[in-house]
Ligand binder design. Structure first.
Ligand code: THU
Length: 137
């Protein structure tokens, strides 16, 4: 983890934990919170939002990234994920692809911060090899 992200780690965790409280998950009862950090130091949060038509569920990561984009920012350098589950919860494939679209060139950090405290730090490119990229179309 680089220094800039290390300095923001506590704030990222706090935002993700705050947003986790806002999860709308009456079906799975899994509450997820995410926080994205932009290259210019802004942080945006998201929570999972489920739906009675299950497939319309939005994951916390996509909500956070979409909020970032709707606010006028297009690149993130790190995303932190936390959940009320015992085990680490990893981003789903759809979220990994959406992250790719708005990833900073530095290859963002994906930080998994489970309740257990066993934090894992990955680089996005290691979680989704052979992504579909804008330049490939
Ligand atoms: N979920 C997320 O929000 N992010 C993930 O990384 C994995 C799964 C949500 C979707 C659903 O509301 C619940 O967790 C159970 O899958």
């Amino acid at each position: 983890m680089n220094k800039e992200i290390q300095e923001k780690y506590d704030e990222l965790l706090r935002v993700a934990q705050d947003y986790m409280q806002r999860a709308y998950s009456p079906y799975s009862k899994v509450n997820v919170g995410a926080a994205v950090l932009t290259a210019n130091g802004k942080i945006f949060g998201g929570c999972n939002i489920e739906n009675a038509s299950y497939g319309l569920t939005n994951c916390a990561e996509r909500v956070a990234i979409q909020t970032m984009v709707a606010t006028g920012e297009k690149r993130f350098i790190a995303i932190l994920l936390t959940a009320n589950t015992e085990q680490s919860l990893y981003p789903c494939g759809a979220c990994r692809q959406v992250m790719t679209e708005f990833a900073d060139d530095m290859d963002p950090y994906v930080i998994i911060a489970p309740r257990s405290g066993n934090i894992e730090i990955h680089r996005l490119s290691s979680l989704i090899p052979h992504q579909v990229r804008i330049d490939d179309l």
